[in-house]
Design a protein around this ligand. Sequence first.
Ligand code: GLN
Length: 579
Amino acid sequence: MKTPKYIFICGGVMSGVGKGIATASIATILKWYGYKVTCIKIDPYVNVDAGTMNPVEHGEVFVLKDGTECDQDMGHYERFLNQELTKENYMTTGSVYLSLIEKERSLYFDGKCVEVVPHVPLEVIEKIQKAQKLTGADIVLTEIGGTIGEYQNLLFLEAVRILKFKNPKDVVLILVSYLPYQGEGGELKTKPTQYAIRTLNSAGLNPDFILARAIYSLDNKRKEKIAFNCGIPQENIISAPDEKVIYKIPLNFEKEKIGKKILKSLGLSPLIKDSERIIKDKNELMRGDSAKLIKTDKKDSHKSAFYLYEYIFWEKEIEKIEKLNKEIKIGIVGKYFKTGDFVLSDSYISVIEAIKHASWHLGYKPIINWLNSEEYEKDKNKLSELKNYQGIIIPGGFGSRGIEGKILAIKYCRKNKIPILGLCYGLQLMVVEFARNVCGLKNAHTTEVNPKTKYPVIDILQEQKRFLKGKLYGGTMRLGDWSCEIKKETIAWRAYGKNLILERHRHRYEVNPKFHKILQKNGLIFSGISGKGLLVEIIELPESTHPFFLGTQFHPELKSRFLHPHPLFVEFIKTFKVC
Ligand code: GLN
């Protein structure tokens, strides 16, 4: 394709309106039409990346293969698109200013005065175009964080305005807006959306499409109203009702032919024809068929065959998921953030999605409950509630709050043979529990919580010491993809089926090599070891002792995808006793 195309997605009325999922869904649809897409997230924070933000307040910090610590929406893009993204796909106000200032300091601007406008928006555009070149994407979708009307994202809107002004045919702007339902009067209200559009107008922009987020579908009467008041073609106002299974959203959008409409606005037409899309009876199509399709299809239809498969399989999978009724119950023992009367669980979003992918794959409907580890510290009797679950997950985390409660939960699961999966801090606390209660190392601990412990079974990574000393916290953890060797005849081996894997990390501490021997002597298996043989990446107990007691130093949840569940989550759920 000659000229790359750009789609921008911004949000109106309220935060958390679903821009990330809308962006991922539209990108997925365009991919089904045969286009190469990539997604970018812009966060309006001054933080250079999301790594220093508190996940319990801000939501999960997602980690890319190259170690970029970013917003959880990047996870949605990867999960929908089944693509690995890199640092070029993410920017914040902080990172934009940082690179602009670095340029200025190197005399890039030849002594000219560098101004907020136009230099900041131009830097944004340059970053977007760089990502396009690097990925070779035909269409780049950029999500602008925050809500229209906020001061923080004005410069990003200015970037859209400039790019659209220069290339009117190559840029589409989509507003994802919220329509509240007024219970008493019984209707979806359009006024807040109209105000959001007026505010966009004052930034020199009018959206080409509206995605109307609401608890219900938007009827024609209200579409007409928005169209008339805001000068947007009525057919470009797309209904986006709440959906339990987020992966159904691309199918919902497609009911209103959003893909073709967007392509038309960009002067493009589908690369995959409708006749090709329905070429096969979807009930006959099985997972392995993609390979067959690619082989048997005619000359340059390699690409179309693949996407055709994805689309059909996606549709089929959603139909299957909606019919699932065999329930499994999984508890996530974590610490939770209370704001007023509400408890947020956003910090574990990738774990939740990974559970869903694996459960659906195995034909189960997962019921996920939040178990607050601090409660176990207050009352040990509460631990017996763990018996109500087929499996328990101890997710990643930092600091000391709720830690003893998590260790108690691990002990309970080990003793009562409840399948348990520990992720990062989860693995570390499993080792602490095992050291204390099986190896007899009294009060063994991680030095993250107790630097003076007699038995520092989890200790800071050697190379991390200088970062902490110098207060160099940003982007300095052991991050991103690291390779790991899998030991034969273990649960990990059965799950992965190969001896070398790549998984994403985000931590400063590790199993202390000084205690490797004693832990192994007492029966802990190191089933995943880093390349150089020094770092323990997976621990497990033999199946003869426990059905599934396994922890990973990395975060497998970050690599689970909708149609490609993570093998360790699948293996975990396979061990559940389901009546
Ligand atoms: N706090 C632990 C460490 O830094 C675990 C981090 C995590 O769970 N991501 O090693």
